[in-house]
Design a protein around this ligand. Structure first.
Ligand code: AQP
Length: 333
C-alpha cells in the first residue's frame, strides 16, 4: 500500500542546505514514487510564533513554494498549499490543545532552545507549536512524516496526542498514528561555523549556512571559511566522531554524492582540508546552483506560484474539512 505523506516547511526565509538534505530531498523522492499521496505544506501559522514582517512573510511563502518546485516536487502529483488558508488546522489545533498535557509540552527541547533564557517573553504559540504540528499531520490521516532529526520529539508528541484522543473518545483508529521518516544518516546538518549547532535560518551569521539561493561565489567562499581543525582529514569513523566540524563537512559531501561515510573517508583520508573543501564546493555548486537559478526564475512568476497555492489549498481544504466535521461529531459539538 502507498504511503500518505505530510510534511511542512516554515516560510521564514533563508531556506538552507540543512532544510534541503534533512527534509526537501526526501520529499522529492517520496513525490517521485507513484504509490504515495504527498502533501507539502508551507506552514505560515508556525512562522508567526516568532515576529514576522507581513510583507516579507508573503514573499517567503512564495519562495518556499518556489524552492519545493525547483528542488523537484511536482505540483501536479503532490498537494502544495499554505496552512493559514485551511482553517481546519487552527481549529484542530485548539481541540488537540485540550487533549495534550502541559507535562508533555514542558519536555519539548525546541521550545527551550528557541525561547532561550527569557521564556516569559516567548509567545504562547511558540510553546504550543507542536500541537499545531500534530493537527497538521493528523487532519490528513498521514501515515508517514519526513522530517529532519530535530523534529523527532515533536513527532513523538503527535503520536501521543493521537493515541490519547482515540482512547479518551473511544474512537479506536480515528487518528492514524504516523511514523516519522528520518534519514538514518545526515539527518542533522550543522552550522559551518560551529559543529555543535544545527544549521539554521535564524543564525545571525550568513556564513553559518549555505542558502538555497546562494550563487557560486558565495558557496565557494562559505566553504573556504567553514570551520575545521588543524589536523589532516581523518581516516576512520571513530576518529571522525571526535571531530564535529570535519564530520559535518564529510557528511554533507557524502549526502550530496550518495557515498557512504566510509567511502568518502577513504577518498580523502590523510589529505589536507583545502583539497577536500575544493571537492566539496564543486559538488555543492553542481547541486545547489541549478536549484538556486530555478528558484529565482520562479520568483519572477508570482502568478504561477499563487495559482499552485490556490489549487493546493482547495484540495487540502476538501480533505481537512471532512476530518474536522467528524471531529465535531466525536466531540459532541
Ligand atoms: N540543520 C538541519 N539539518 C537537517 N534538517 C533540518 N531541518 C531544519 N534544519 C535542519 C528540517 O527542515 C524541515 C523544515 O524546517 P522548518 O522550516 O520547519 O524549521 P526549523 O527546523 O525551525 O528550521 P531552522 O532553519 O532551524 O529555522 P530556525 O532558525 O527558525 O530555527 C524540518 O523537517 C526540519 O527538521
Amino acid at each position: 500500500m502507498g504511503k500518505k505523506i505530510f510534511s511542512g516547511v516554515q516560510p521564514t526565509g533563508n531556506l538552507h542546505l540543512g532544510n534541503y538534505l534533512g527534509a526537501i530531498k526526501n520529499f522529492v523522492e517520496l513525490n517521485n514514487d507513484d504509490n504515495n499521496d504527498c502533501i507539502f505544506c508551507v506552514v505560515d501559522l508556525h512562522a508567526i510564533t516568532i515576529n514576522q514582517d507581513p510583507k516579507k512573510l508573503r514573499n517567503n511563502i512564495r519562495e518556499t513554494v518556489a524552492t519545493f518546485i525547483a528542488s523537484g516536487i511536482d505540483p501536479k502529483k503532490s498537494i502544495i498549499f499554505n496552512q493559514s488558508r485551511v482553517s481546519a488546522h487552527s481549529e484542530a489545533a485548539w481541540i488537540l490543545s485540550c487533549v495534550a498535557r502541559m507535562g508533555w509540552l514542558n519536555r519539548m527541547t525546541q521550545f527551550k532552545e528557541k525561547a532561550g533564557k527569557d521564556k516569559e517573553k516567548a509567545s504562547i504559540g511558540l510553546y504550543s507549536y507542536p500541537v499545531l504540528m500534530a493537527a497538521d499531520i493528523l487532519l490528513y490521516d498521514s501515515t508517514h512524516v519526513p522530517v529532519g532529526d530535530d523534529q523527532k520529539q515533536h513527532l513523538e508528541l503527535c503520536r501521543d496526542i493521537a493515541q490519547r484522543f482515540n482512547n479518551d473518545f473511544k474512537v479506536e483508529d480515528f487518528f492514524n498514528i504516523p511514523e516519522p521518516l528520518i534519514q538514518k544518516q545526515f539527518s542533522r546538518i550543522m552550522s559551518l561555523k560551529d559543529g555543535q549547532k544545527k544549521m539554521s535560518k535564524s543564525d545571525l551569521s550568513d556564513l553559518s549556512r549555505i542558502n538555497l539561493t546562494d550563487d557560486k561565489d558565495q558557496i565557494i567562499n562559505k566553504i573556504k571559511k567553514a570551520k575545521t581543525d588543524p589536523m589532516p582529514m581523518p581516516a576512520t569513523i571513530d576518529e571522525l566522531d571526535k571531530r564535529a566540524e570535519a564530520k559535518n563537512l564529510i557528511g554533507i559531501y557524502s549526502s550530496l554524492t550518495n557515498l557512504t561515510l566510509e567511502k568518502s573517508l577513504k577518498k580523502f583520508s590523510g589529505k589536507n582540508f583545502s583539497e577536500f573543501k575544493e571537492n566539496l564546493s564543486q559538488v555543492l555548486v553542481d547541486k545547489i546552483i541549478p536549484i538556486s537559478l530555478e528558484i529565482k526564475k520562479l520568483l519572477s512568476e508570482s502568478n504561477y506560484l499563487d495559482q499552485i497555492l490556490l489549487e493546493g489549498c482547495k484540495k487540502a481544504d476538501h480533505i481537512a474539512s471532512k476530518k474536522i466535521k467528524k471531529i465535531h461529531e466525536i466531540m459532541g459539538f
